[in-house]
Write a protein that binds this ligand. Structure first.
Ligand SMILES: O=c1[nH]c(=O)c2[nH]c(=O)[nH]c2[nH]1
Length: 309
């Protein structure tokens, strides 16, 4: 909230960033372990202008206290919960416990620890790190109004064919040949906004948001690749991105908008020729130079008309 201060507009927030917490839960018989590793970011919007203008800290929730609260609440959660539920729980705590705090913004990035299988059997307490990360952001108001966003980051996808790029603007700066045959590689960052508008209206089903995270990820991935044998032709990253976004909104009624960032990570055709021997490597959709920079950057968001986003 902007405030007038000595003839200026003034906005402030404070919080604790990168609070790392691991939490283990055990099954009733104690044999099977479940674990998460979270990186929590807290930002509080509160009435504490006196600290800025008058050296009066009496309305400040210390960021050290915020950090401690993450561990206290993690300890109190005796049942496994999703990052979304934990973010909401923290947001509810800060906005209800402190009269000064009117909004809490809690972001969590979950490390992809996955249960390991040994000899084809899921291990009771062994995990390995996967690749893409589950993210969430809960914005909780004192009134209970909620904005909940979830997402995935670092989802690397690649297909070796069924991709092309033709018909783009050609001018004196253009060197890129048109093609109907190329590699398509990207690292998807997606976020989707849930339509639940208050902390009391979120689904009560245990681990619902973890299930939705897996469902959304599957729809994104399946749409990117198409059926296993034929695949699906991509006319551009832009076209594939929109199909992925539409598939998410088409499938999940409780998602009101989706934002996708899909860098075009180039695999350059390798052609090498020497003065003496002429062409020594001639590209035939086989040998590539993988690169990470520069890369195309393509992003878009799609929301329902009735969405508040
Ligand atoms: O799918 C693509 N979209 C672009 O906008 C673009 N630009 C480019 O050079 N290659 C590609 N590929």
């Amino acid at each position: 909230m902007a405030k007038e201060l000595e003839g200026f507009n003034f906005e402030q927030r404070h919080g604790k960033a990168r609070v790392r917490v691991g939490r283990v839960w055990r099954s009733k018989d104690g044999c099977r372990h479940f674990m998460v590793e979270w990186n929590v970011n807290i930002s509080l919007l509160s009435n504490c202008v006196a600290a800025y203008v008058r050296d009066d800290n009496s309305d400040i929730v210390a960021t050290d206290t915020m950090k401690n609260t993450v561990y206290v609440k993690a300890k109190e959660c005796s049942e496994q919960l999703s990052a979304e539920e934990f973010a909401i729980l923290l947001g509810k705590h800060f906005t209800s416990f402190y009269p000064q705090v009117f909004t809490a913004i809690v972001k969590i990035v979950e490390k992809p620890w996955e249960r390991i299988s040994v000899n084809g059997q899921p291990h009771e307490h062994g995990f390995k790190l996967g690749s893409e990360k589950h993210t969430t952001e809960a914005i909780v108001q004192k009134s209970g109004v909620l904005q909940l966003t979830s997402g995935v980051e670092g989802l690397s996808l690649l297909k070796t064919t069924q991709s092309g790029f033709e018909g783009f603007i050609r001018d004196k700066y253009t060197a890129l040949p048109e093609t109907r045959e190329r590699m398509l590689a990207t690292e998807v960052t997606a976020s989707w906004r849930y339509s639940y508008e208050s902390v009391s209206s979120i689904p009560q089903k245990s681990l619902y948001f973890n299930e939705q995270y897996l469902n959304v990820k599957k729809v994104l991935v399946d749409t990117f690749f198409g059926p296993p044998e034929r695949g699906v032709y991509s006319a551009s990253v832009q076209s594939t991105l929109l199909q992925m976004a539409k598939a998410v909104l088409g499938r999940f009624g409780d998602i009101s908008s989706v934002k996708l960032k899909m860098p075009n990570i180039h695999f350059l055709p390798v052609n090498i020729s020497s003065k003496d021997h002429g062409s020594i490597v001639k590209f035939n959709d086989d040998v590539y130079l993988p690169t990470d920079e520069p890369h195309g950057s393509i992003e878009a968001s799609l929301s329902r008309f009735w969405s508040k986003m």
